[in-house]
Every structure is written in structure tokens, then in C-alpha cells.
Design a protein around this ligand. Sequence first.
Ligand code: FAD
Length: 415
Amino acid sequence: MRMDTVIMGGGLSGLTCGIALAKRGKRVAIVASGQSTMLFNGGSMELLGNIDGKTVTAPLEAIATLPKDHPYSKIGADRIAGLAARAKLMLSDSGINMEGDVAANHWRITPMGVAKPAWLTLNDHLRINDLNQLPAKRVALMCIRGFFDQPNSMLAQGLRDLGFEVNAIEFTTDDITALRRSPSEMRATSLAKRLVSHNALQRLADQVNSLAGDADMVLLPSVFGQNNADDFQTLQSMVNKPLRLVATLPPSVAGMRMMTQLRHYFRMLGGNYLMGDSAVSGTFEGDRLTAVTTAKLGDMPLRADHFVLATGSFISRGLVADYERVYEPVLGVDVNADSDPNRWTQFGVLQPQAYSRFGVATDERLRCLKQGKPIVNLHAVGSILSGHDAVKMGDGTGVSLLTALAAIDDIIKSE
Ligand SMILES: Cc1cc2nc3c(=O)[nH]c(=O)nc-3n(C[C@H](O)[C@H](O)[C@H](O)COP(=O)(O)OP(=O)(O)OC[C@H]3O[C@@H](n4cnc5c(N)ncnc54)[C@H](O)[C@@H]3O)c2cc1C
């Protein structure tokens, strides 16, 4: 099978590449083996949240100070604002409406009630632009009885610590109670499937309206709209106060919805999304990759002019570690990792971990290196790249979106 570009990995970075190319009329296939880390996403995108343990308020200024091995430095600090604007537009073209300013982080609220810096947050989720000017004084925190995925007392305390007056109100409806017959069903994703009909939303809205008292704003867990934001809009039209959603523990409904919307948009543009298939090996001729073999297509390899490696970090098996080394399992491209396994981790979950900055080695144009030399038609994008740290630096989604767009610019320029 021949394509213009084959992308390995169908998470945020792979889909961003796929959409950008399909929009330009290119024939693109994405080989996508499984779920992506967007399952952990609480409804926000981060550009850069922390450097050396210090909170970043002005990400563009901070990006200019990053070391030269950081993916943003490779792209060039002066290109970040332009790429970020294109990424936001691509999200909104996919039906993902988010608010935020690339020059000034706002605050998102984690399921534990902690405020974390963010670049973009879904319009229907709680976003705080200025911690000294909260968007509401009194909030009704609507807590679903028996719900697993939101630690209500921690969330309520976290919101109080930020300065909200919080009235935490436990409630249920007949639709939710039906799920409780099997306790394992009380997860965010099950509720999102249940709370879709007009009647189910109306019953929920009736409860909220009768219990919310004098609150200025109602907060509900993010359990609405697996496929689009319409269920929230319907609910908001039924609730007689401003309504905002708060992130739940994973798997996240908002993250799944964003992935569904991106996949849908990619397919609508004519892209081929090979769901449930895996890239297993590649064929190289000199400094070029010519074909990728997949588990399902077997002896019909995918041939293309360009390839993109977007298979993610350790959690998605884009990188693999055994007792002695860290390697990239599909193409065997070079990896930047400490050769001494004793230095990969350090004790303490809150400590920075060296392994989280490991990733594939690229040149300045994000082209993968193999035995130190660039493979001229193979770019790497997203969390498989070395030199950044989604957990400690809060740069994961930004790196995924922006490196994907930068790599596509390079591919187009090279044609
Ligand atoms: C626990 C956790 C929590 C996070 N929370 C947040 C957050 O709250 N906010 C935020 O902004 N960012 C967060 N991030 C970071 C952000 O989610 C990621 O940086 C970003 O989504 C990574 O996208 P990606 O496409 O590069 O990689 P991934 O999401 O890892 O996607 C890679 C995809 O490639 C597939 N794949 C792997 N190998 C193959 C193969 N051989 N063939 C085909 N497909 C393959 C995988 O199945 C996966 O679907 C979090 C990350 C983690 C790990």
C-alpha cells in the first residue's frame, strides 16, 4: 500500500500530524495500536507549567530560557506563538473548543482540587484566569453518590484553599442509581454513557436546581458527552445557574471525547486510521525509511515518501526499558538515555525522574537519528522525543501539538 506519509501512533501528536497533512490533500495513514495518554487528560492542554520546580506564569518568556535539547528549543522559541495559534485553530476545527492565552498561563483544577498552570482548557471546564479574582464566590459542588472517580472531600478542601465558599452537596438520580447495582460501574465513562438522553439530563438538572441554593456557580464532575460537547450544552440550558465541569480521575471522559473528535475530523478529511494495528518493523535503504510492516497487514508493508514516529513514551510502549538499556522497539532508532540503569530513577514519587526525559534522538529538524545519522524522511514527534518531561515540566500536550505541526512544515518544505 502506498501513501504520501505513514504515521506510527494515533495519539495527540500522531493525529495532529495526520490532520495537518490530510488538510493539504496528502494521502495519510495512521497506524494506531491502542489507547493514548489522553485518557489521563483532565480537559486542559499544557504548554509549559514548571521549570526547576518553579511555576511558569508566562510560558513564551520561559520557553526562550529552555536548554537546547528541549523540543521547543529545536523548533525555535520564536516559532512557538505561531504554532500554538495553529494548534488551537486545528482543535477548534475538530470541534474541540478551548480557551487560553499562549502568553499567560491560567489555572486548571485537578480531581484532587489542586490548581495547576495550563495553556488551554475546554470551555465547559472550570478555568481560573487569576487566583485573586475567582470566577465565582459561592460554588455548589455537586457530588454524585457512590461515584468512584472524584475524591470529593479533597476536591472541596482544595477549592476552599483557593478561596471559594464551597457547599458540597451529595445527590443522585434514578438513572445514576440504576448504575449502582454494579458498584464497578460508577466510573466517569459509564456515567457519560448513561447521562445522554434528554430525560436523564432533565432529571439531573432538576436535582441540581433544587439543591444548589444561593451558589453563584454549579460544579459537576466531567461525566458528560463522550462524543461531543452537546450534552453539556443541553444540561447548561436546563440548569438555572452557570455550570462548569471539574476533571475526574482517569479514564477521562474529556480526554476520550477529544480523541474521538480528532479521529473523526481526520477521517472526514480523508485520512486512513488503522485502529488496533501496530507498526512492527521498518525497511531502510541508505538514509531513508522505505516501508513499515504492521502486525495486521503482514506481508503488505506500508510504503511512503515520509514517515512520522509518534508512538509515545514508556507508558504507550513507544520506548521500552529492560534491565540494561532503553530502546525504541519498532525501528531501532537512537535513544537519548543514561547508560547506567542506577541513575534512571530516584527514590520519592515527587522527585524528578531521569527516565521521564529519555526519548529518541533527533536533529534540529526533528528527524530521527540512526547510528548518529539522520534518517532524512523520518520525523519523531510528541512524547517519544527526549529532553522534556510532561509530568514535572507540564509541557506534554504542548510538545505533542507543536512538534507535530513543526515536523509537518519540515516535510512540506522538503518536497
Ligand atoms: C499519566 C499522564 C498524565 C498526563 N496528564 C496530562 C494532563 O493532565 N495535561 C496535559 O496537558 N498533559 C498530560 N499528559 C501528557 C500528555 O497526555 C501527553 O504528552 C500527550 O498526550 C502525548 O501524546 P503522544 O501522541 O505523543 O503520545 P501517546 O499519547 O502516548 O500516544 C502514542 C500512541 O501510539 C501508540 N503506539 C505505540 N506503539 C505503537 C506501534 N508500534 N504501532 C502503532 N501505534 C503505537 C500507542 O498505543 C498510543 O496510542 C499526561 C501524560 C501522562 C503519561
